[in-house]
Design a protein around this ligand. Structure first.
Ligand code: S3P
Length: 438
């Protein structure tokens, strides 16, 4: 991957295409496959650096994983009791989902493990998972809340009844995975809905799980049965093209086979509130075994966008899409306000600060708030140089911004785009964005 892009100003986008497989679902398919009895066959796998880190970690724990093709994976499940001690620390790279979910898996193992990651991951908070795991009996150390995460083997965890302080699918999923191996019934209460891929996939693997009114409960000790998992294209990767289309699709832009799990598609609601012309056509057949994940084709056309106040309840449902939503806001008429999004400060970068600095660099008036951003829409953006801070979504968001710029936008530190969207540059060029790797 190059370190830097230059994106030509202006232009139009169009075409019919898909994007790579869903990152969240790819991590889960590998992990549940490893914990199951039998062979799990995964198609549509995201061959991105984050998911490859999960695959490498599971292999280091004794799981046999084959890749007959780039997006096809066979996981030879070892069942919960079949993992074996790794000979070295497990390097989860840039992947927050991988490290946090693996904490849930490894806390329940009888052997010791250490989890590390890249510079960004080593700065991210891990106590949100470590604390509740400790109350299940796990023995975990962090370095002032951050990795390395050292997990000491525990013979058996105890179920907990836990109210999550933040709406976090990573915390919820880690605790569900630990709960599966615990004695008793684990009961989790979410403050607001977060993505539910783990719940859906656990069911597909034969686990009984109850969900009602923000409470999720499962009985420990249930076995997982291997299954076939068809992974849809990642809505979060499609998001860059949805906004590109709303800004500059003179002719329609169609994205096919996109995962439209309603706990992920807050951006669709937000773009519609802004006045975007978006049509969603559901596809039959579902995407994961047992039809667990809804899939659709999405068509978008250039529209005159208006600024909005983002309803706070949509924030967790659009959390990874807010960087590119800020670009839509910068190109809309009027002001857009996002609050209740402090979680953005602890993603791959501090995404509120990174977006504010980037908007500054391309001449967009804005106000950085502790938990959000106020953005004043502009008729056109200036060119400028953006520091992506090694954050894939910041880099891709500003590539889209170039569609409304008057001069080139240069984006620095783009190698991590490969964590979630290998091949972004080519896709973007095919769609009509003038991305050149420098
Ligand atoms: C994810 C959950 C979200 C999201 C991340 C992927 C997941 O993080 O931002 O990119 O796959 O569970 P949080 O759980 O921290 O909100």
């Amino acid at each position: 991957m190059p370190r830097r892009w230059r994106v030509a100003p202006g232009g139009a986008v169009t075409g019919t295409f898909t994007v790579p497989g869903d990152k969240s679902i790819s991590h889960r398919a590998l992990m549940l496959g490893a914990l199951a009895h039998g062979e799990t066959r995964i198609s549509g796998f995201l061959e991105g650096e984050d998911c490859l880190a999960t695959a490498r970690a599971l292999a280091a724990l004794g799981v046999q994983i084959e890749r007959p093709a780039a997006t096809e994976v066979r996981v030879h499940g070892r069942a919960a009791a079949g993992l074996t001690v790794a000979s070295a620390p497990l390097d989860m790279g840039n992947a927050g989902t991988a490290i946090r979910l693996m904490m849930g898996v490894l806390a329940a193992q009888p052997f010791d493990s250490t989890l590390i990651g890249d510079e960004s991951l080593m700065r991210r908070p891990m106590e949100r998972v470590a604390q509740p795991l400790r109350s299940m009996g796990a023995r975990i150390e962090t370095d002032a809340g951050r990795p390395p995460v050292v997990i000491h083997g525990t013979p058996q965890l105890r179920a907990i009844d836990y109210v999550l302080p933040v709406a976090s699918a990573q915390v919820k999923s880690a605790l569900l995975l630990a709960g599966l191996a615990a004695r008793g019934r684990t009961r989790l209460t979410e403050p607001a809905p977060s993505r539910d891929h783990t719940e859906r996939m656990l069911r597909a693997f034969g686990v009984a799980l109850e969900q009602a009114g923000g409470v999720i409960a499962l009985e420990g000790g249930q076995p997982l049965r291997a299954t076939a998992v068809r992974i849809p294209a990642d809505f979060s990767s499609a998001a860059f093209f949805l906004v590109a289309g709303a800004l500059a699709a003179e002719r329609p832009l169609r994205l096919t086979n996109i995962g439209v799990n309603p706990t992920r598609t807050g951006l669709l609601e937000l773009l519609k509130l802004m006045g975007a012309d978006i049509r969603v056509t559901p596809r039959e057949g579902g995407a994961t075994g047992h039809n667990a994940e809804p899939v659709a084709d999405i068509e978008v056309r250039r529209s005159a966008l208006q600024g909005i106040t983002v309803p706070e309840k949509l924030v967790p449902l659009a959390i990874d899409e807010l960087p590119v939503l800020f670009i839509a806001a910068a190109c809309a008429s009027g002001e857009t306000l996002v609050r209740g999004a402090a979680e953005l400060r602890v993603k791959e970068s501090d995404r509120l600060a990174a977006m504010a600095a980037g908007l500054q660099a391309v001449g967009v008036e804005h106000e950085l708030l502790p938990d959000g951003l106020r953005v004043r829409g502009m008729p056109g953006l200036s060119g400028g140089t953006i520091d992506s801070r090694g954050d894939h979504r910041i880099a891709m968001a500003f590539a889209v911004a170039a569609l409304r710029a008057r001069a080139p936008i240069e984006i620095v530190d783009v190698a991590n785009v490969a964590t979630s969207f290998p091949g972004f540059e080519q896709r973007a060029r095919q769609a009509g964005l003038g991305v050149t790797a420098l």
